[in-house]
Unconditional design. Structure first.
Length: 231
């Protein structure tokens, strides 16, 4: 089967630039044939600023025609209930201890065209700041994935995470990685699908943060979508 390869770099839309998010993608596309809606070797990348405490920032990127990514708008919405409560608790701690405690959550998810989440990587970073420094920081990571009957579907092949500094830091760079494999109804060999997620969170001493994401897809289809965000 002949293949042609294309490299696509997508600039952010005006709204995207205004809201501070970026995204790009590189793809290697199969030549049109019976599997014309299958895209071979897709990598998506993007950055979002963590919003003010009590808010979440999200964006969806969809695999469109010719395997080109279609960027959705960067959206600011109220944070989840748990995150909002922790943000409020952090505000109270400022008055009590002249410092700031904030929790930053990120999510990095792949959905198929039927809105089924296939794979996801999630991080939760807790940062304490005082006097222009990060006094302490820690990050937890978890993976979630879709299973099928008869012990089939997606599974975690490997996962790790780390922070480059834990106490008395000028800045903390947190990263998490997860490699997912698939063997199930849509491919019994286990050699066709593989999703690898990378999430990076930069924690600053003023309690702000930046969330950066990558996802590598061995094979994908038009209509799959990447959902990412942080709060």
């Amino acid at each position: 089967m002949s293949k042609r390869f294309a490299s696509v770099v997508v600039a952010a839309s005006g709204l995207l630039a205004l809201m501070g998010g970026t995204a790009q993608a590189q793809t290697a596309q199969q030549a049109p044939d019976a599997a014309a809606k299958s895209c071979d070797g897709v990598k998506l990348s993007g950055t979002l600023p963590a919003p003010p405490a009590g808010m979440a920032v999200t964006q969806q990127v969809t695999i469109g025609e010719d395997c080109k990514p279609v960027l959705g708008p960067v959206q600011y919405v109220p944070a989840s209930g748990a995150a909002a409560k922790k943000a409020a608790a952090g505000v109270k701690s400022v008055a009590a201890a002249a410092g700031t405690t904030r929790q930053i959550r990120s999510w990095n998810e792949m959905f198929d065209c039927c809105k089924i989440r296939m794979t996801g990587l999630y991080t939760t970073s807790t940062v304490n700041t005082a006097d222009g420094r990060i006094t302490s920081a820690s990050t937890e990571a978890r993976q979630e994935f879709n299973r099928e009957p008869w012990d089939a579907g997606w599974s975690v092949k490997s996962a790790d995470h780390k922070d480059d500094c834990l106490t008395n830091c000028s800045v903390v760079n947190s990263e998490a990685h997860a490699e997912f494999a698939y063997k199930g109804i849509f491919d019994v060999t286990g050699k066709w699908y593989a999703n690898t997620h990378h999430s990076y969170v930069k924690l600053n001493p003023d309690a702000t943060a930046t969330c950066t994401f990558d996802v590598d897809l061995r094979h994908t289809f038009i209509g799959w979508n990447w959902q990412r965000g942080c709060e």
